[in-house]
Design a protein around this ligand. Structure first.
Ligand code: SF4
Length: 355
C-alpha cells in the first residue's frame, strides 16, 4: 500500500484505458494494465512479486512506484433486516459510508456507495446535507468501498450483483471520478458488472445527465423528485431554484433511450408535506406518458430533522392513485433503519464526535 504523502501512481479504481495509457507512458505494453487489474480485482492479490504473468522488471517497478490503496474499515454495523452499513476512514481522516443491501427474494446483492464527503446541495430532509461539503471522493476511494464490501458479501457465500450511488454526496457533482469508477465496475477485468446493474441517483443536474450521454457508460438513472411542483420542490431541495422540474423532465425520454432503461423518479413521502391525493394527482399530470416509473420511499425519521414518517395508509393510497392512472409505482421501505440507515447518518455521528 502506498504510504500517505508518497508520489506513487495509484492502481485501485483506475479504468483499464487510463491505466493502459499510464503503462505506455512508462514504456510498457498497454495490455499489462489488464493483467494487473485481473490480479487486483479477480484474485484479490496486491503483492506484485507474486503476479507471475507480469515480467519481473515491471513487478519491481510497480513495487517501488505504484500503490493499491483501500480505505480503512472503521465500523461495520449489521441490521435486523439483513443490511450492513460500513463506515470507512479515508487517508485524510474523513469518513464515508457504504451499505450492503441483500434481497434474497430477487437474488440481489446491492452495494450503495458514497461519491463525496458530505454534500453541498442542502436538501432540508437530509442528514448528509446538514454536514456540509468537505470534498469529492477519488475513483480510488469509490471503488475501494466497493472492493471491501464485495469481500464481505463473498465471505457470506454470495456475490455482488448491483451498485447504486445513493450514499453520501451527489454523484453528478463529482462525475469524472464516478464515471471512472463505473468503468472499473463494468470492465471484464474489473468487477464485470453490466451497465444496467449500476444506478446513479441524483438531485437532477441537467448538464451532468447530458455529459453521461456523451460517454461510454450507460448507468440507469434515478432522479430524486420528492415534489410534483416547483414551489414545494424548491422548499425541500434548494437546487430546484437553479434547475426547475421541467429541465429534468425534458431529459427523461432522451436518457431512457440512451440507457435503454426507464428512468426512475424517487419520491420520498413526508407525512403531511407531499403525501396527499392532490400531490399524487399533480404527479400523474407531470409524468404521464414518460418512459419513467416512480419509487415511493416512506421517510425515515432522523434526529434533528423535522419531518415525520407518513402513515402507512397514506403511502398505499398514494401508490394506488398512481397505479390507477397507469403510472408504474413501487414502494421501497428503507433498509437498515435500526442502524441509522438513512443517507449520511452514520458518518454524521462520527463527524460530530470528532469536533
Ligand atoms: S439528498 Fe442527496 S443531494 Fe440532497 S443533501 Fe442529501 S446527499 Fe446531498
Amino acid at each position: 500500500m502506498g504510504a500517505q504523502g508518497e508520489k506513487k501512481f495509484e492502481l485501485m479504481g483506475i479504468p483499464p484505458e487510463k491505466l493502459g495509457r499510464q503503462f505506455e507512458q512508462i514504456g510498457e505494453r498497454k495490455f499489462r494494465a489488464k493483467q494487473l487489474m485481473k490480479w487486483i480485482y479477480a484474485h484479490g492479490n496486491f503483492d506484485f512479486s507474486t503476479m507471475t504473468d507480469i515480467p519481473v522488471s515491471l513487478r519491481q517497478y510497480l513495487a517501488e512506484n505504484a500503490s493499491i490503496t483501500l480505505p480503512e474499515i472503521a465500523e461495520v454495523a449489521g441490521s435486523s433486516d439483513g443490511s450492513t452499513k460500513f463506515l470507512f476512514r479515508l487517508q485524510d481522516g474523513a469518513y464515508v459510508e457504504s451499505v450492503y443491501i441483500p434481497d434474497k427474494e430477487r437474488g440481489r446483492h446491492t452495494v450503495c456507495l458514497s461519491s463525496q464527503v458530505g454534500c453541498k446541495f442542502g436538501c432540508i430532509f437530509c442528514a448528509t446535507g446538514k454536514l456540509g461539503f468537505r470534498r469529492n471522493l477519488t475513483s480510488t476511494e469509490i471503488v475501494g468501498q466497493l472492493y471491501l464490501v464485495r469481500e464481505h458479501i463473498r465471505v457470506g457465500g454470495n456475490d455482488l450483483t448491483n451498485v447504486v450511488f445513493m450514499g453520501m454526496g451527489e454523484p453528478l457533482d463529482n462525475l469524472d471520478a464516478v464515471l471512472d469508477a463505473i468503468r472499473v465496475m463494468v470492465a471484464d477485468v474489473g468487477f464485470g458488472l453490466g451497465h444496467r446493474k449500476i444506478l446513479i441517483s441524483t438531485v437532477g443536474i441537467p448538464e451532468g445527465i447530458r455529459k453521461i450521454m456523451q460517454t461510454d457508460v450507460r448507468p440507469k438513472l434515478a432522479i430524486s423528485l420528492n415534489a410534483p411542483d416547483d414551489e414545494l420542490r424548491s422548499k425541500l431541495m434548494p437546487i430546484n431554484k437553479k434547475y426547475p422540474i421541467r429541465t429534468l423532465i425534458e431529459l427523461v425520454p432522451e436518457y431512457a433511450k440512451y440507457s435503454r432503461r426507464w428512468v426512475t423518479f424517487e419520491y420520498v413521502l413526508f407525512g403531511g408535506v407531499n403525501d396527499s391525493l392532490e400531490h399524487a394527482h399533480k404527479l400523474v399530470q407531470l409524468i404521464a406518458g414518460l418512459p419513467a416509473k416512480v419509487n415511493l420511499i416512506p421517510y425515515n425519521e432522523v434526529e434533528g430533522i423535522e419531518f415525520r414518517r407518513p402513515d402507512d395508509r397514506d403511502v398505499l393510497r398514494f401508490q394506488s392513485y398512481l397505479l390507477a392512472n397507469s403510472i408504474v409505482a413501487t414502494i421501497r421501505y428503507s433498509k437498515g433503519r435500526d442502524i441509522h440507515g438513512a443517507c449520511g447518518q452514520l458518518a454524521g455521528r462520527f463527524v460530530l464526535k470528532e469536533k
